[in-house]
Design a protein around this ligand. Sequence first.
Ligand code: FAD
Ligand code: MLT
Ligand code: ZN
Length: 524
Amino acid sequence: MLMMRHFRMRAIKCPRTALPLLYPSSQNANRKKWHHIHSSAVTSYPRCELTSVRYNVDRGKFSQVCQEDIDFFINLLDRHRVVLEESDLEGHNTDWLGMVRGASSVLLKPRNTEEVSAVMNYCNQRTLAVCPQGGNTGLVGGSVPVFDEIIISTSLMNEVENVDKLSGVVTCQSGCVLETLDQHVAEYGLMIPLDLGAKGSCHIGGNVSTNAGGLRVVRYGGLHGSVLGVEAVLASGEVINCMSAMKKDNTGYDLKHLFIGSEGTLGIVTKVAISCPPRPKAVNLAFLGLQTFEDVLHTFREAKAKLGEILSSCEFIDRSSMECVELNLKLRAPIDPHPFYMLIETSGSNSDHDEEKLNMFLEESLGSGQVSDGTVATEPSRMLYIWSIRERIAEALIHEGYTYKYDISLPHKDFYRIVENMKDRLGDSVIRCCGYGHIGDGNLHLNIVSKEFQRDIVNLIEPTVFEWTAEVSGSISAEHGLGFKKRNYMHFSKSSNAIKLMKQMKMLMDPKGILNPYKVLPEM
Ligand code: FAD
Ligand code: MLT
Ligand code: ZN
């Protein structure tokens, strides 16, 4: 077995775009530092083609920003919170993947709900389109403008208002960085029930707006369950206060759910209240090697049955994904090469009890031959190292070129079939076709890489991958959302009546369509 290297938190820039950090050097994710790195990276910035050109989009009938508008914003926010310099804007105009690029000339940094409200009221009157932006780690092109939409950044809205020790509910502004918020509630013995590779950069408001899933849904469920309250500003500037901190509240339509996962198209989330579970005292992480995908499915079933309430994560990596991490990030798998790998995490309150349960499960899995090799980590630095292998696959892939990303929900029996089908279909035309993801939730990340973006390759993958997903009754977006990239495929997962009602809701809440246009809802 290989020796574990110690993994330390450090700054990582996207190799392609030199954009946000996944693991800021400061655990407190000092925003000034983040911005410093963000803007200093701009000089070597590789420009991808403008979204509007690559995808041949027509600009909506919105006004264009004029000097009078700039004067209004400066008067409202001060000059330093109105970003106009092209070099400072470039990182905010391009997404983390380097896949889409807009051409906004203004970014605003409100500090509170009142300022967001005043900005929206003004933009609505002037019919100026806006693009809400959190940490800009979104993977479907929703977080950056398509044309010249004004970017409204939540980066200065990062105050934690309250942590209720008894109920475990945290109330905060939407610009809190996920990792920083988690460290804050840790002081109260709590944890944010959401964890993902982008935690060092993504904002809680971005997480709520995308209904982010991540690594622990199998244990804590999704954000529709743990978000108790949302405050949001509508296109008109009106503030909708649904900030209940109560677990139970059956008074009428539960409007907060409209903002969870609507990707900035129905309102700007300004505050959230989240129910936090107790921070587990005992955590173990097993890294397993398996020979067949059947073995992966058996092991998942057994893990659920035998680990029960202490199972907190169940992740999957195929050989090609692992190879990519090893090649490009120089991280080493802690066991010899296998066709498939799994990460199984347990979290609980009694380490003896949890270890005994996990060891028994592993002994039986190894004994039956379902698992052919494995290692267990209990020491934090060792666990971080193993987690970094899984969490940094997205980053490893962009070292090799352009990533075509598919994030689909599938019945477990069909989970890996599409990776194999795509490999056969694409052959040597691509550098890599691999699969990894949250197998505990039936969520596959199918990723394909070619040196550069090629329309021919897109045409080989789409709509086949969406048609196939619909045939097996899956979802074409499990956790990343639809954003700009997937919006025209919504019909593969939603009925025409459901789409019609969504369009009516959009019309009601944002009649001029100024909130994140060209995103989520299909063009037709
Ligand atoms: P942004 O990228 O800035 O915005 C995302 C969308 O939300 C955009 O449409 C934007 O307009 C809107 N938005 C942002 N803030 C607000 C607001 N306050 N009000 C209204 N709308 C808003 N996602 C997962 O679900 N699971 C994962 O495991 C996961 N892992 C990732 C790993 C890596 C390495 C990376 C780069 C991304 C990963 N993602 C994952 C995707 C991404 O991190 C999530 O979608 C995240 O929730 C986005 O948060 P953000 O603050 O960066 O939002
Ligand atoms: C993950 O689970 O690693 C993220 O969703 C990012 C990705 O899909 O690559
Ligand atoms: Zn994921």
